[in-house]
Write a protein that binds this ligand. Structure first.
Ligand code: BGC
Length: 835
């Protein structure tokens, strides 16, 4: 792969890694996305063309060992890609049956275009060069287009081009789910349209009844003019193929354009999807015209969303790839949809397209570049508040209990059994007791509001969510007479390796440190939220939700008495009783298995259980240092009635880092963040691994089933906030850059409360510019230098160089992370931060 910072390039055709490339070359526009499968391919052991609609779910029941299990999937929609050719009487293009003379594939991140160039020799010795270009239109969300240029290098004669819409697809992208019912589509209509160059396919999901219509217009051009062709259309229930037959001359290039319109019954502003699709296919311009407007739409996104790093083309390219895939999953087109952000993008079928807590890693980037998308994603949650209330009620609790996995309606979509591919056994899946997901939603609401000052959102939606989530925590916390504290029992923290005690039959753990601190945070913020709501709306909310001063006082009281467990040296225990677990012999397991990121599966296959060990899949306690500064954390923990000395932070980081397998890609992002100021070398190593998660498929096989969007967005935010130390507090904008030595500069724009801040950090200075109308803060502090933040002019802060990076000073404070320096850098003091 070359290191062009705008291009993901693959040489050669490699069947082994085709699934990975398909996921990474997915094109989408926040409304729908299609994997980067070859145009001539069908789903088989190498290829998996998949097209997914934001919010396009369907439910099916399966009988598994005598038990009926219902699953909701993000549906694989009819395949609109197929476009292929053959010399009349010859074989259709097939890379596994022909000699490949050249093959090159490029994902152009700047233009949002996938290109593939190949030359093949068929069994009759004919050599043909083929070049594909493909887009999924960023502005016209219902359009996609493919251009195929065919040059018969050594032959002339009749050629056939086949262009189809294939509704025979099922959800078969993930091997582990193959035992589950995966037929989601019922055919409704397949035919040639009134315009003879267009075909139409209409299908409907068989439970959620989403109607999907695709219209494909296929035309051939020679020397810029439309080429006369003979057309034949063959139709089955759920498959329609149009074959174009035409004459070609040796050495001459024939251009075929397939323009596809995809509409569904979720679309607004239409009468009915088939009619809308036919009209849009008819009205669409030529490929080049569509490309122009598409590139323009992407340019606008890059103007707002690009993050430029100096002198590290690979890091630059990967950061862009991450922004690219994020914006293909959620974009301005998503704003009008009722869609959340699936953990694995719209790029594959892993986790069935469900939505988890991963937004916690995604929204910070969006808040600073595309806050209107954050708002739309939060509204997805708001619309599911009634379901969250129902879930709480059914559990005998108050308020809103958001599901661990969410899909169409907001009911709990987590699976109840999990197949361990190592042992072939189905084991109980208790991951749904990760109640911290609701707290993550509350954090997202609060941070969006802080970053945008969107009072309308807070008053109409945000405060209600905060209040209902707080009520849930207040009701789940139970008073313990023996300890004089409130306990939260029977839940799981983010670390999915621990779902229960080895000495107990029932699932769940008590007083997960991360959850309890976050619950205390939510209770306090909810108590505060109403103070920020405009008085008339506040009265309405108090009356609608029956909030009383007594209830608010009770939240504060519970927040001040939630239980936490500590271990030797003041380290926060992951949960009560954590110190009774056994140490794992990490070296022995690494030596035996090599890759141990899924220790849970390894141990289960051995007849053991990871619950017995001090071994985590991902950051859990350390999430606290990721989310809060040391001062915030100190306030929270002392507010809970415990002593908290920030000096314990480095010990805590070392302790858990040594006991984590990084079985989740989110884990390295968190660990890199908490080490950013104390151990830059290790932090960079973890960031590099996090950057490579998908592009190099470091979990060996998981990316082919969908990208890891939380880690993708998390790495970008790690550079944007973690390494700049960017934070807003009181009336001050603070920066404390600590770029790894490998990155010698960083340039980006950040939106704060509707205005763009420009930040340029290089080896020897920090430059900051804010525009006219800047709403504040009015002071800026770069490390220890404080100045007035004057609008309209650029402020320059010279900074010392330290071996190509930033020299640590005794005064510089850790910004967004609470991690204090531990070993090789001077210890720095923490100062104040806003709440
Ligand atoms: C992680 C979760 C995450 C989920 C979806 C799991 O492997 O443990 O924290 O939410 O993947 O990304």
């Amino acid at each position: 792969m070359a290191d062009n910072p705008w291009m993901l390039t693959y040489e050669r055709f490699d069947p082994e890694s085709e699934g990975l490339r398909e996921a990474l070359c997915t094109l989408g526009n926040g409304y729908f996305a299609t994997r980067g499968a070859a145009e001539e391919s069908e789903a088989d052991e190498v290829h998996y063309p998949g097209t997914y609609l934001a919010g396009g779910y369907n439910r099916r029941a399966t009988d598994l060992s005598g038990r009926s299990i219902e699953n909701e999937d993000l549906v694989n929609l009819p395949n609109w890609l197929p476009l292929t050719f053959r010399p009349e009487g010859g074989a259709w293009l097939n890379l596994r049956r022909m000699e490949i003379l050249d093959h090159r594939q490029k994902l152009d991140l700047k233009r949002g275009m996938l290109e593939r160039q190949l030359r093949v020799r068929d069994d009759a010795g004919r050599i043909t060069a083929i070049a594909f270009r493909r887009i999924v239109h960023m502005r016209h969300q219902n359009l996609a287009a493919i251009e195929m240029r065919i040059t018969p290098e050594t032959w002339s004669g009749r050629m056939q081009v086949a262009s189809s819409l294939d509704g025979r697809v099922i959800n078969a992208g993930v091997e582990r789910y193959r035992e589950l019912n995966s037929k989601h589509l019922s055919p409704l209509e397949a035919r040639e349209a009134e315009e003879p160059d267009t075909i139409l396919l209409v299908a409907e999901t068989n439970q959620s009844h989403i109607r999907i219509a695709q219209a494909a217009r296929t035309r051939a051009y020679r020397d810029g003019a439309e080429h006369t062709v003979e057309r034949a259309t063959s139709v089955e229930d759920d498959h329609v193929v149009q074959t174009l037959t035409l004459e070609v001359e040796r050495g001459e290039t024939l251009m075929v354009e397939k323009t596809v319109a995809l509409f569904t019954s979720h679309d607004r502003g239409i009468s009915e999807p088939a009619q809308a699709a036919l009209r849009a296919a008819h009205e669409a311009g030529r490929f080049e015209d569509l490309l122009d407007t598409h590139v323009q739409a992407w340019q606008l996104l890059w103007d707002r969303g690009d993050i430029v790093v100096d002198r590290h083309p690979r890091t630059q390219m990967i950061l862009r790839l991450h922004v690219f895939h994020l914006l293909q999953t959620v974009s301005p087109n998503t704003i009008d949809q009722d869609a959340g952000v699936p953990a694995r993008g719209l790029h594959g079928e892993a986790y069935r397209g469900h939505i988890f807590w991963d937004e916690l890693f995604i929204l910070p980037y969006l808040n600073f570049h595309f806050p209107e998308i954050s708002r739309a994603l939060l509204l997805y949650r708001y619309r599911r508040l009634p379901d969250a209330r129902r879930l709480a009620r059914e559990a005998g609790l108050a308020g809103a209990m958001y599901p661990w996995q969410s899909g169409s309606s907001g009911r709990e979509e987590s699976q109840v059994v999990h197949l361990n591919p190592r042992s072939g056994r189905w084991t109980p899946d208790n991951s749904h007791i990760q109640r911290h997901v609701g707290a993550a939603i509350a954090v997202n609401v609060w941070r969006y509001w802080q970053s945008t000052c969107d009072h309308d959102f807070l008053g109409q939606y945000g405060a209600e969510m905060l209040i209902e989530i707080a009520r849930f925590w207040a009701s789940v916390a139970k008073w313990n007479d023996a300890t004089g504290r409130y306990d939260i029992r029977g839940i799981m923290g983010p670390d999915e390796f621990h779902d229960g005690y080895p000495w107990s039959e029932s699932p769940g753990l008590d007083n997960n440190g991360y959850t309890n601190v976050l619950a205390a945070w939510v209770l306090r913020r909810a108590a505060e939220a109403l103070d920020h709501v405009e008085p008339v709306r506040r009265k309405e909310l108090e009356s609608l939700l029956s909030v009383t001063p007594e209830e608010i006082a009770a939240w504060r009281e519970i927040a001040s008495k939630l239980a936490l467990s500590f271990m030797e040296g003041g380290i926060i225990a992951q949960f009560d009783g954590y110190d009774r677990l056994k140490e794992l012999d990490w070296d022995a397991y690494r030596a035996k298995y090599g890759d141990i990121h899924r220790l849970d599966r390894i141990l289960e296959a051995e007849g053991d259980s990871v619950n017995r060990y001090k071994a985590s899949k991902q950051a859990d306690v350390l999430m606290l240092f990721y989310l809060f500064s040391s001062n915030e954390l100190r306030d929270l923990i002392t507010g809970m009635g415990y002593e908290f000395d920030p000096q314990v932070i480095p010990r805590t980081v070392d302790y858990y880092l040594a006991r984590t397998s990084h079985g989740s890609t989110l884990s390295r992002v968190v660990h890199s963040w908490v080490l950013a100021r104390s151990d830059r070398a290790r932090s960079w190593e973890l960031l590099t691994d996090a950057l490579e998660s998908d592009i190099s498929d470091i979990q060996r096989g998981t990316t082919a089933e969908g990208i890891h969007l939380g880690a993708m967005a998390g790495t970008v935010d790690l550079v944007q906030r973690g390494q700049t130390g960017l934070e807003f507090y009181d009336d001050t904008l603070a920066l404390s850059p600590c770029l790894p030595q490998e990155l010698q500069g960083l340039h980006l724009g950040l939106m704060h409360r509707g205005h763009w801040l420009r930040l340029d950090i290089s080896c020897d200075e920090v430059r900051v510019a804010v525009p006219l109308g800047w709403p504040g803060p009015h002071r800026i502090r770069v490390r220890d230098e404080v100045r007035e933040l004057t609008v309209g002019e650029e402020l320059r802060f010279p900074c010392e160089l330290y071996a190509g990076g930033w020299r640590p000073t005794t005064e510089a404070r850790p910004p967004d992370t609470a991690a204090e320096p531990s070993t090789n850098e001077t210890r720095r003091k923490a100062r104040g931060r806003p709440t």
